[in-house]
Design a protein around this ligand. Sequence first.
Ligand code: SF4
Length: 128
Amino acid sequence: MKSLRFECTGCGECCRKPGWVFFTEEDIATASAFLGISPEEFEERFLETSDGRYYVDVPEESACPFLLDDACTIHSARPVQCRTYPFWPEIVKSPGGWVRERKECPGIDQGRRYSWEEVEAQLRLLKP
Ligand code: SF4
């Protein structure tokens, strides 16, 4: 199977895209501990909820609330959705998905090469 190259340049572009960033219970526990607040306070301050799922809602022309000066302020405690980008099913498994995403992320096709086994390990992390 194919291998893929990716290395984050730290440009912060993906953090400025509108959309939802989901936080699992484990993500909430990790991020709230990192910030030194309770999971409940973290949920109240930063997250929306729908159908039992928690997420940060990034509106149009805005940015993730954890982005400051182009850097993620919870980087070492960021949620699995962010940690696994750009190895998401809709990007690596759909025809042309990787090439399309290249326009959004300058780290794609740069730097470290990931074997397909490594990509699949990232995909597995995303499974609920
Ligand atoms: S858009 Fe790509 S290179 Fe820029 S911060 Fe996000 S992952 Fe890194």
